[in-house]
Write a protein that binds this ligand. Structure first.
Ligand SMILES: [Zn+2]
Length: 90
């Protein structure tokens, strides 16, 4: 499909598998849920652990509280929406 490394999880809206950027052989794919933390998004990677602590302490959603996997998922979903792709059926 040429849409990179973001794979929608069938039947689970706003949840995606995002493969590792650095070492897809050994790490990932990571489970990304865009809806979590009032649409900040949640990810299973190491980088997100610290950000998650801040969000749980009440931090407002922000680009700085998203890891690259969350940002990539958002970017790709935006492209799908723009192109009229029914991504929830992929
Ligand atoms: Zn991540």
């Amino acid at each position: 499909m040429g849409y990179g490394t973001v794979t929608p999880i069938l039947g689970e809206l706003w949840r995606f598998h995002v493969s590792s950027f650095t070492d897809p052989e050994k790490c990932g794919p990571y489970l990304v849920d865009l809806e979590e933390y009032k649409w900040n998004g949640e990810c299973g990677c190491q980088d997100f652990i610290k950000k998650k602590t801040q969000l749980e302490a009440g931090a407002v959603r922000s680009r700085w509280l998203q890891c690259k996997h969350i940002r990539e998922a958002k970017r790709v979903v935006f492209e799908w929406e723009r192109d009229g792709v029914k991504w929830w059926e992929l």
